[in-house]
Design a protein around this ligand. Sequence first.
Ligand SMILES: [Zn+2]
Length: 117
Amino acid sequence: MLKLTCYVCEQAINISNENLYNKVAIQCPNCDNPLPVNAVEALRRYSEAYLDLIDVLYHENSTQQAWGVSVLSNDQLIPEKPDYFFGRPGEDDSYWTHRKKPVVRRAAFEDLEDIDF
Ligand SMILES: [Zn+2]
């Protein structure tokens, strides 16, 4: 189960992982704020991955080696509500640290000593 929260009006909606695979559009039931189309597409992929995981375990589980899955949550909303003053990050930036592009170090003053001005 996913809880999606509209940051415009704070309305939350719950959608089961297995009920996302065929969603074409999602909007806030309170204020009609639409979830971005590419977010809906990502939710469909998420749902398909979840369904695939359960199917793999369903087929692969044996009486000797078996796994089950449940979804836990700390109920923390991510990403956080955008800050009015700082806006949103750059388009190529990621919320996830491991997906962020490496920082290109700017030339330090020591690197500029050999340059004639
Ligand atoms: Zn809303």
